[in-house]
Design a protein around this ligand. Structure first.
Ligand code: HPA
Length: 276
């Protein structure tokens, strides 16, 4: 708690206005931060206690500014469990956002399609998730509870806010995204290896639509401290459901992220314009 408070006090003294919305950007999707008006940026490394990331395509900055009429804070670069970070580090930024007064968390990610109807480039409004690390005992909230942040046991059946999901679907419609805007279930896997064919088939049998290596820890921490959450996945590749077909590659994930980043950014901005 002390480390979180030190980070938030340091930022509070330097940030332009208390943010109401926080955005955590996925692989190749950090361009949202470039749309902030009057941005003020801080390197993760300069913020007391703030953990830093190591993956290519993930800068490590926190930006404050206005987006879609909302005082917003945005991360460029995100920590992943597969880098070896313990869960408390992965969710550290979310808890700092809470202490800064943030009420809404928007999380974006790059994901593989498990649903065979999905195409590369589709956007998914996350309806629900499967926390595979969590189900196996490695969830983000494992360990001693901080009662100042939230309860030991929490409801996760309504993790993704209904009003924010409706706003995202309405914004997507207005942007003309049509059938490329989906509503689905995201599964978090530990990574960093992409799924085997048998694993992808297993996920499909569980009712999963999209798979990735992030998001769920941040969502769990956000719900723990009472933030409303919107999750968006960009489908960057199709998970291999057959031995003869596609192979997932990080280059493909980044390339599709680059091609579709502007659409994801526009959707996020439109959602912020819709919420009051
Ligand atoms: N699997 C897991 N994580 C991912 C994928 C995938 O196919 N694509 C982007 N992130």
């Amino acid at each position: 708690m002390h480390a979180l408070e030190a980070s938030s006090l340091w930022l509070r003294a330097r940030a332009p206005a208390p943010p109401r919305v926080a955005i955590i950007c996925g692989s190749g999707l950090g361009g949202i931060a470039d749309r902030l008006q009057e941005p003020v940026a801080f390197d993760f490394a300069d913020i007391p206690n703030f953990p830093s990331s190591t993956v290519a395509g993930h800068a490590g900055r926190l930006l404050f500014g206005r987006l879609g009429g909302q005082a917003t804070v945005c991360t460029q670069g995100r920590l992943h469990s597969y880098e070896g970070h313990p869960p408390w580090k992965v969710v550290f930024p979310v808890r700092v956002f809470h202490l800064l007064g943030v009420r809404i968390l928007i999380v974006t990610n790059a994901a593989g399609a498990i649903n065979p109807d999905y195409s590369v480039g589709d956007l998914v409004v996350i309806r629900d998730h499967v926390d595979l690390p969590g189900l196996a005992g490695n969830g983000a909230l494992r360990g001693p509870n901080e009662p100042q942040l939230g309860p030991r046991f929490l409801c996760m059946s309504d993790a993704y806010d209904a009003a924010l999901r409706s706003a995202a679907l309405a914004a997507g419609k207005a942007l003309g995204l049509g059938a490329s805007l989906r509503r689905g279930t995201y599964a978090m896997v530990g990574g960093p290896g992409y799924e085997t064919v048998a694993e992808s088939r297993l996920l499909r049998s569980l009712g999963v639509d999209a798979v990735g290596m992030s998001t769920v820890p941040e969502v769990a921490a956000a719900r723990h401290c009472g933030l409303r959450v919107l999750g968006l996945s960009l489908i960057t590749n199709k998970a291999a459901m057959d031995y003869e077909v596609e192979r997932a590659s990080h280059d493909e994930v980044l390339a599709v992220g680059e091609q579709r980043a502007a659409t994801v950014e526009s959707l996020v901005e439109a959602v912020l314009n819709l919420i009051t």
